[in-house]
Design a protein around this ligand. Structure first.
Ligand code: SF4
Length: 71
């Protein structure tokens, strides 16, 4: 899974897909993002740290999404 990307057309920004405990709702028919989860905090930290290390700040905007909350 590609957890880091850049949006280059409208509203240029970097985007990261982080991993968390997972969505508890799991009822939105269009979504399978809740499958990207782990309760292993060490694993979360490792994956998220690795993903965030790719951020360069080149656009001054970062969109961060994790498998539980959008923020
Ligand atoms: S992650 Fe968001 S969109 Fe997906 S099932 Fe949960 S609440 Fe719905």
């Amino acid at each position: 899974m590609d957890r880091y990307s850049k949006i280059l057309n409208k509203d240029k920004r970097e985007i990261v897909l982080l991993i968390g405990n997972g969505c508890k709702w799991q009822k939105c028919k269009f979504c399978n993002y809740y499958l990207d989860r782990t309760r292993d905090e060490e694993k979360q930290l490792k994956i998220n740290k690795e993903t965030l290390s790719k951020v360069t700040g080149e656009f001054g905007v970062l969109e961060a999404i994790n498998s539980r909350k959008y923020f």
